[in-house]
Write a protein that binds this ligand. Structure first.
Ligand SMILES: [Zn+2]
Length: 323
């Protein structure tokens, strides 16, 4: 007999949902839906999620009463035990929002709240790049650097629910000031934002680069522009890319030394560069890694893309409420 769980991934711009079907030992996620996240009021936010789930269930001929649990992945900071969003960085007016109970009660489905980066890591672990391992670390290289750690099949939450904040490992003592208040965090070097900002700052300061043309034409530079310029032989772009990759390798070695996990999975916009990112990263990673043992946690690129959060949120519900 099949069991059903719902996964919801609350994003600053879009909210996605899906249905997880578990039958014997097989699991699949289907019935995906996606809708803009309303930011006008708390009630509108809750109502839109509830309506989106109801509609998705209707379209798939699945009554809410057949669902054993619902998982919600949301940006932090959260109080997971109480199922509350403490603060949403990109949506004002959502402080101390009891999201878990408001959505769970409205749908009549037991619900669980999880940090969105942890949920995405669980998605890759259960359904994506990590499906054959027991322990993995995921680093999401986007606007910032997020992540999640899975040990023996469980999300590592830590004493204060903030384990897995891999973007805030210090990789450059006294380095760039981070939004978190520390200096030299990984996300200040290995994010798409760093590549774009560093290149634009240097061009504005008068550095010669083919990216000056891009900046003039588009008004901004993104990480893909930097990679293209690097491939065309641009020195500034090569230097920016190398700085990002080198610091990312330092972060990976640090994580490997702490956790000795089976796999390090890389996700987010920067991995669209594929081998252009992975090859130089592997080279630095091998160079920096200790010589005590041949064993290394392999690096892999995530496979689920932007659906990892929905898969993972449903997986979190399955872990919480499954038989
Ligand atoms: Zn930081």
């Amino acid at each position: 007999m099949s069991e059903y769980y719902i996964g919801v991934d609350l994003g600053g711009t879009y909210t996605k949902a899906g249905i997880l079907r578990v039958e014997n030992s097989s699991m699949d996620v289907y019935g995906f839906s996606e809708a803009p996240t309303p930011t006008d009021s708390r009630d509108m936010l809750i109502d839109s999620i509830v309506e989106a789930v109801r509609k998705m269930l209707e379209e798939n001929d699945l009554p809410a009463s057949a669902c054993r649990g619902l998982g919600i992945g949301a940006p932090g900071p959260l109080n997971r035990a109480r199922g509350m969003i403490l603060h949403l960085p990109n949506i004002p007016g959502m402080s101390n929002l009891p999201l878990r109970d408001r959505i769970g009660d409205a749908l009549g489905i037991p619900a669980v709240l999880e940090n969105d980066a942890n949920a995405a890591a669980m998605g890759e672990y259960l359904f994506g790049a990590g499906r054959d391992v027991q322990s993995m670390i995921m680093l999401t290289l986007g606007t910032g650097v997020g992540g999640g750690i899975i040990v023996d099949g469980q999300i590592l939450h830590g004493a204060h629910d903030i384990a897995g904040e891999v973007g805030h490992i210090i990789v450059q003592p006294g380095g760039r000031l981070c939004n978190c208040g520390q200096h030299g965090c990984l996300e200040q070097y290995a994010s798409a934002t760093f590549l774009a900002k560093h290149a634009a700052d240097e061009v504005r300061a008068g550095r010669k680069s083919i990216l000056a043309k891009t900046l003039k034409k588009k008004g901004s530079i993104d990480a893909a522009d930097v990679n293209e310029a690097r491939k065309a032989g641009d020195a500034l772009a090569a230097e920016a890319w190398d700085t990002a990759v080198h610091h990312l390798a330092i972060g990976c070695v640090t994580l490997e030394r702490m956790l000795d996990c089976e796999l390090i999975v890389l996700a987010g916009g920067l991995v669209n560069a594929g081998a252009d990112l992975l090859d130089p990263l592997q080279a630095y990673y091998r160079e920096l890694d200790w010589k005590l043992s041949e064993q290394m946690s392999p690096l892999a690129i995530a496979t689920l893309g932007s659906r990892a959060g929905v898969h993972g949120a449903a997986g979190v519900a399955w872990q919480a409420f499954g038989s």
